[in-house]
Design a protein around this ligand. Structure first.
Ligand code: AMP
Length: 566
């Protein structure tokens, strides 16, 4: 297939907001392509060249992209740079440059989907000292043969910003209608669930599409765990109280809820993979965990899950999550990190052992299997602490013990519940102390990039210090806002700007926002000495002036009430 055809489909997808319409456009595309191209097209339709769990990334510097555009079109570096400065959108820049291309390449060939796909994959594969140059040449080669629209989408794919509004749900619906052809709504619902099932197990829509096309429903139903491809996770529900859950279910398993990184671990012989909650492959970042798994997991093949914690070597208590998070995306200096931030894993589930999938087994039986297959290495590689009880008092004591051990709370797990992908009732219930919200003042902000270029899109939050009548920063927030809210915030903050440096602005402290967060941590990075973890906007408090914002003292008190000192 010609890439121009795909670019045309992208345009159509971009021009409609309707999910139904988008799924229809994609389903027609999927039906049209031949077997060899199907997996490629499904990936490209979601703006990717590898499934999202892959640790491969194209990784190219903006500077190199600019160079590639200049090289392919004969337009001077200075002009390309200038045009990028004006628009802030490299895709548009590439399209414009291609339009006014100075070099007329006589040998210009039309691009195929396969060529684009292969070049992009090659970019992710190259390594070594000259890798940026090699990547630049691979892009330039594509741009030299591209029409403006093609250039736009090639660059956007490289930047992982396709912006055609195609999410997982739309890809799934398109697969259902292209290859399973449901005849009514009921069948559609049933088939969708079956496609979802396969997707939850192998996490790759390209492969799911291929199976749907080749062997339909029976093929999808037979999908098996593939080691090295993450399985979608089961999540917990919030519970109101321990009493409520025990009243409803009687005898129940209760585990510590550890505050760290969820790890889904796959083992195949000597090979180990580690995936996060978002199914990212972080195996390379955790060689210490890999070693523990090699020693600690008995079966030849298995998939287990647990919570990885950073441990303070002096006290044995967990280090704040932010320390562990430094390890999650770390590419260099990993050995040093292993020493500074040693880890521990607390295993709580098993999904697969030597060819057998355990999703439909009862939780209590999975736990028993887990106990059998693990060689415990105390304080390093162990099972999540657990009791089984129907006594409220015992449960409450266990909860208290978990908090005293500086963990986040508890999980209550229904004994006969299956492993179900995603959130669902009658499975796992979490109990943790309720966080109170804070009313904070915005003291600075940053202009966004790309789609958010016209908005001030992240905000420095501050508490009030009544003693000095000043505002002390304690975090940065950029989530929990809808487009309208970004606009409202920008409108409110713009007249308050007192200083502008690059994309950063300082504003007069006037706007008060109510903010929820996951935790308060000590931090040298902010003047207040504390940082909010995952701050999220609850509402803009138009009804409050900055003098009514929360004080540094309240922040300190809340920090103490988390019981995480020491
Ligand atoms: P939350 O992020 O608050 O929805 O809580 C769910 C997360 O808690 C899971 O994704 C795990 O990473 C983590 N967790 C910690 N301890 C456990 C446990 N014993 N069982 C299951 N999940 C746990």
């Amino acid at each position: 297939m010609k890439y121009a055809e795909l670019a045309e489909v992208y345009e159509k997808l971009e021009s409609t907001q309707s999910k139904l319409e988008k799924a229809k456009i994609l389903s027609e595309l999927f039906e049209r392509v031949d077997d060899k191209e199907l997996e490629m097209i499904v990936l490209l339709a979601s703006g990717k060249v590898y499934p999202s769990y892959s640790d491969k990334e194209i990784g190219i510097a903006t500077k190199m992209m600019i160079k590639a555009i200049s090289k392919a079109t004969g337009i001077s570096l200075k002009d390309v740079e200038e045009s990028f400065r004006k628009t802030g959108d490299l895709g548009m820049v590439a399209a414009e440059c291609v339009k006014s291309r100075k070099q007329v390449t006589l040998l210009k060939k039309s691009l195929t989907v396969e060529k684009v796909f292969n070049n992009l994959r090659e970019m992710a594969e190259v390594s070594g000292s000259k890798s940026q140059d090699k990547k630049m040449i691979l892009i330039a080669e594509l741009l030299a043969s591209a029409e403006p629209e093609e250039a736009l989408y090639i660059i956007r794919t490289i930047l992982e910003e396709l912006r055609i509004g195609v999410g997982e749900g739309i890809i799934r619906d398109a697969i259902v209608s292209a290859f399973l052809k449901p005849k009514d709504m009921e069948e559609k619902k049933k088939f969708t669930e079956i496609v979802d099932y396969a997707w939850n197990i192998i996490s790759d829509f390209g492969e799911v599409a291929k199976i749907a096309k080749e062997s339909g429903i029976p093929g999808l139903k037979k999908v098996k765990v593939k080691l090295g491809q993450p399985i979608h996770l089961m999540l917990g529900e919030k519970a109101k109280s321990i009493e409520e859950i025990i009243k409803k279910f009687g005898k129940i398993a209760i585990e510590y809820k550890y505050d760290g990184m969820r790890a889904q671990i796959h083992k195949k012989g000597d090979k180990i993979w580690v995936f996060t909650r978002r199914l990212e492959n972080v195996t390379k970042q955790f060689p210490d965990l890999v070693e523990l798994c090699k020693k600690g997991l008995k079966p030849e093949e298995c998939v287990v899950e647990g919570e990885t914690l950073a441990i303070d070597p002096k006290t044995g208590y967990p280090q704040p999550f932010q320390n562990l998070s430094q390890r999650i995306h770390r590419k260099y200096g990993i050995e040093e990190m292993i020493k500074k931030i040693p880890i521990q894993i607390n295993l709580f589930d098993v999904l697969y052992v030597d060819g057998e999938m355990l999703f439909d087994k009862k939780f209590i039986d999975r736990r028993k299997t887990l106990e059998k297959i693990v060689n415990v290495i105390p304080e390093k590689f162990q099972l999540a602490k657990e009791i089984i009880t129907d006594d409220v008092k015992t449960a409450k004591e266990f909860y208290k013990e978990a908090l005293e051990a500086k963990q986040e709370g508890i999980f209550m797990k229904v004994l006969d519940s299956k492993y179900v992908f995603g959130r669902h009732v009658d499975g796992w219930y979490k109990i943790k102390p309720i966080m109170e919200t804070l009313d904070l003042v915005i003291v600075a902000a940053t202009w966004g990039e790309g789609k958010r270029a016209n908005w001030l899109s992240s905000y420095v939050l501050a508490v009030r210090d009544p003693d000095t009548d000043s505002y002390l920063p304690c975090g940065m927030m950029g989530t929990g806002l809808t487009e309208d809210m970004f606009q409202a915030m920008t409108d409110a903050l713009k007249p308050l700007i007192v200083e502008e440096k690059g994309r950063d602005v300082k504003v007069r402290p006037r706007i008060v926002v109510e903010v929820a967060y996951q935790e308060i941590q000590k931090s040298p990075n902010y003047e207040s000495g504390y940082a909010l973890r995952f701050p999220r906007l609850v509402r803009i408090r138009d009804d409050k002036g900055p003098e009514e914002a929360d004080t540094i003292q309240r922040l300190k008190d809340l920090y103490k009430s988390q019981g995480k000192e020491g």
